[in-house]
Design a protein around this ligand. Structure first.
Ligand code: AMP
Length: 285
């Protein structure tokens, strides 16, 4: 496995692979890899000749009061996991390699970026779109793999690719959970044992909500209330949002009559904010 820290090194390998007519799959990550990331890498390994994993905590997608400084990092462990899964190249640049002095160019998707997490994280998705655009240009990947865990991000990246005619296919992959139901996340490491147990309330609430929608409940507010009530029954949990939006424009719906995303963001303690969701793609008759 090639360990690249510069953009030039990545481009040199990509040029060689392209010359040989090989396809490239990209898995963008912020590192501290777990089985959620592994599922994306395995999918890419199965579908592409060459697999690139980027491992970069992107500073421009963090707000000033967010956890950039404390975000967990373990590059050696990440290398082991990637190598074990047959990754061809891991790209681990310094922020100064990605953002030169005088960096002034940003990519953004409006409307979709201002809902859900966009309300409490106003610059987040512009930071994501900018780094992802750079990675698409650097790797010239044919396909890029994103998890449904970050459903809003997946919708926004798909829209950016469509709107700006990027030559890349975005592949969405299912949420990987712990046996308990907790969605795997690098940020789970912030949870105490106690909080980790209490955080199961997210999956529990979403399971009830999904069951309601799949058995034909059309009243979005009734589903929202059921989900919110279950989460709020846990004293350690503080709801940031519980929303039901259409799985296209990410706008709030009152009536469920098409594909919907139900997304939640919940604080545990002062600084841990967990997200989770379910998508129902088919309208229930
Ligand atoms: P991150 O390193 O958290 O930025 O995540 C990198 C990619 O892995 C994103 O596309 C995430 O949606 C995806 N991912 C993170 N956790 C999971 C999970 N539990 N299941 C599936 N995909 C995930």
């Amino acid at each position: 496995m090639i360990k690249a820290t510069t953009i030039d090194e990545v481009k040199k390998n990509v040029r060689e692979w392209k010359k040989q007519g090989l396809t490239i799959g990209l898995v963008p990550t912020m590192g501290y890899l777990h089985e959620g990331h592994a599922s994306l890498i395995k999918r890419a390994r199965g579908e592409c000749d060459k697999v690139i994993v980027s491992d970069f905590v992107n500073p421009i997608q963090f707000g000033p009061k967010e956890d950039l400084a404390t975000y967990p990092r373990d590059f050696e462990a990440d290398c082991k996991l990637c190598e074990g899964l047959g990754t061809d190249l891991i790209f681990h640049p310094e922020p100064s390699e990605m953002y030169l002095d005088g960096f002034h160019s940003y990519v953004g998707v409006d409307t979709l970026s201002t809902e859900l997490c966009g309300k409490s994280r106003p610059i987040h998705f512009n930071g994501v779109c900018t780094v992802v655009s750079k990675l698409f240009n650097i790797t010239e990947a044919d396909k890029a793999y994103f998890g449904q865990k970050d459903a809003q991000q997946l919708a926004i990246v798909k829209r950016m690719v469509r709107d700006l005619n990027f030559n890349i296919e975005i592949v969405g992959c299912p949420i990987i959970r712990e046996e308990s139901g907790l969605a795997k996340s690098s940020r789970n490491t912030y949870l105490t044992e106690e909080e980790r147990k209490k955080a199961l309330v997210l999956h529990k609430a979403l399971t009830v909500g999904e069951e309601m929608v799949r058995s034909g409940e059309k009243d979005a507010n009734a589903v929202k209330k059921a989900v919110t009530d279950i989460i709020e029954s846990e004293p350690l949990a503080r709801v940031d949002y519980v929303e039901i939006v259409d799985w296209n424009e990410l706008q709030k719906v009152d009536k469920i009559d098409g594909p919907i995303l139900t997304a939640v963001a919940v604080y545990f303690g002062d600084k841990v904010r967990l997200i989770d969701n379910f998508i129902v793609e088919e309208a229930v008759k």
